[in-house]
Design a protein around this ligand. Sequence first.
Ligand code: MCA
Ligand code: AMP
Length: 457
Amino acid sequence: MLTALTGAFGDRADAVSVAGRAASYEDLLGAAAAVAADLAGWGPVPAFAVTATASLETVAAVVGGLLAGVPCVPVPPDAGPVERDHILRDSGARLLEVDFARRAPAPGLVPSAAAAEDPALILYTSGTTGVPKGVVLSRAAIVADLDALAGAWEWGPQDVLVHGLPLFHVHGLVLGVLGALRTGSRLLHTGRPTPEAYAAAAAAGGSLFFGVPTVWSRIAAAPEAATALAGARLLVSGSAALPTPVFRDLERSTGHRVVERYGMTETLITISGRAGGQVAPGTVGTALEGIATRLVTEAGAEIGELQVKGPTLFSGYLGRPDATAAAYTEDGWFRTGDIAAVDGEGVHRIVGRASTDMIKSGGYRIGAGEVENALLDHPRVREAAVVGVPDADLGERIVAFVVAEAVSGGELTDFVAARLSVHKRPREVRFIEAVPRNAMGKPQKRLLLEGEERRRT
Ligand code: MCA
Ligand code: AMP
């Protein structure tokens, strides 16, 4: 997975730079070897955790875990105590402090006795209800995905990869860090994914740019920054649907047709447009090499649930065989929960999600249930129903409908932001008399969403 660290593509002082600090592959390997030595000193542990700030320390931790053969659990740095405690308790991971200045002699890159099927990363991600689950990703799944993407995007050592995404999810960490180390492209992580930072990275030679749709729409709205990306080789969007107007605006200002790709934490990236291929707005391309997809449609319908199979799939939810089994069909296909259409050429279009309880805001996946539970922990909240409402900047924004007295919306927003990650906070809180429910007592969120629809029109 770490081909670049073998010296196969040479080395340079700024081979990996994160939030303004640069390191050579040799420095990174030395710091990672120190991490691996620490982990070896701990004796057997199920996993280790790192507070995954956008930093060289996080990169060294993840590489060190791979060298030692101990799975890494990246914890969102802004996770409040409820989310953080859950992740640490559920994974059994011990927290590791990294000092990037500490170097150990690298033992060479035939590390640990880890096998391809052993876990490399455990990423926590929200379901529709309850607490986040640990998604176990094997070394083999990650390598299969990175190699398929390298093929699709003609991604290699000639590239300079640019992004400013968080280092605790697949997009920023697997594609954005391990992808650079696999393909040998230099990594320029901008700290934050702002239009100005992407423009500056383009001026510094960036060739391959990753962003979530919110990042691309902010760049499209900043024409000077967008123009600076004209010299890039490839712009890639993912984690949520890229709105067609943003695609068109970027085509006008950068001359590029942004390539979209689709995936999930559980499956890694499975579908993508190709470098040099036909790219149509609103489509996410064709299945990657080694991946099979199918739609399960009602008789006569052209859209249906997207199901996938292939070597990039996760090993299961940590300690949750029931949930893992439920994620698959009887004949072994993974149910994505996304609704899609496929044309005669195999080009996929994602048209929505089966559940209103899975929200995508700023490219982050947020389970309504987790936010509802956080709200219900507030002593003044009696009922809570959380939905995602269309938002020009975030794709969807979290709106909480609550039954509560003597508390303000701002207080409830802060309450959630302090307990969970900041991006899981409701952007709006609406006070209602009662949550509409059906005869079974199940919240009728469609009614709340229809109310939202009427407010906007
Ligand atoms: C505001 N803030 C608050 C509060 N209100 N903090 C605490 N309590 C409050 N009540 C402040 C925070 O301190 C923080 O400040 C800032 O708000 C965060 O702003 P926010 O509105 O949350 O976000 P943003 O800065 O506007 O960020 C937009 C973004 C971000 C950069 C696009 O959403 C993002 O990084 N998204 C990427 C998500 C991602 O990587 N998803 C990939 C999933 P301060 O700024 O000072 O810290 S992997 C995946 O989906 C797959 C596999 C795939 O297909 O890729
Ligand atoms: P996560 O586990 O955070 O990776 O979220 C996965 C979900 O993100 C998928 O199930 C989709 O709903 C959504 N998603 C990812 N990429 C795209 C895309 N290009 N277009 C539309 N939705 C996407």
